[in-house]
Design a protein around this ligand. Structure first.
Ligand code: ADP
Length: 163
């Protein structure tokens, strides 16, 4: 059966930072499920279907990674997949408090589910989906930060980059 890890997030949209974490997780675990959260309360810029489709496109080269959508409690979803491992990415100090709080809450609800953090690569340590949307909305070029399919999707929403 092998070890299956779940990498959850909003992925609005998926960035090179997410891809980096997924790639590194895929090298450790037999299978990785990248779980795109509905995250309705965050009012995402891209629909759930768009976020899933973009993640599938970006992660196509990773044979042991699949993309699924989910809503509801993360620990319930993780168990439904037959997994007990959650992957989260950690960037700078800013992520730490929130991520540790989340991991502790999840452990409280499901002691059998363990959260494992993958430290962001130096080159992506500053990168977030919100930053990418912000740059794109001001006409900036995001091609260093996202897959070409994501850059195209951003251009559809915010217009072509001016530089
Ligand atoms: P969420 O709404 O759950 O925070 P995100 O899509 O913003 O969803 O992020 C999903 C996970 O990926 C989080 O653990 C986040 O810290 C991590 N992450 C986001 N950007 C990066 C990056 N550039 N490098 C490493 N991890 C990242």
């Amino acid at each position: 059966m092998g070890t299956l890890a779940v990498y959850p997030g909003t992925f609005d949209p998926i960035t090179c930072g997410h891809l980096d974490v997924a790639t590194r997780a895929a090298a450790i675990f037999d299978r990785v499920v990248l779980a795109v959260a509905a995250s309705e309360r965050k009012d995402p810029a891209f629909s759930l279907e768009e976020r899933v489709a973009l993640a599938r496109e970006v992660l196509k080269p990773l044979e042991n990674v699949t993309v699924v959508e989910f809503s509801g409690l993360l620990v319930d979803f993780v168990r439904s997949q037959g997994s007990h491992v959650v992957i989260r990415g950690l960037r700078a100090i800013g992520d730490f408090e929130y991520e540790v709080q989340l991991a502790n809450l999840n452990r409280r609800m499901a002691p059998d589910v363990e959260t494992i953090f993958i430290a962001a690569s130096q080159e992506y340590a500053f990168l977030s989906s919100s930053m990418v949307r912000e740059i794109s909305s001001h006409g900036g070029n995001v091609s260093d930060f996202v897959h070409p399919a994501v850059a195209t999707a951003l251009a559809d929403v915010y217009g072509e980059p001016r530089r």
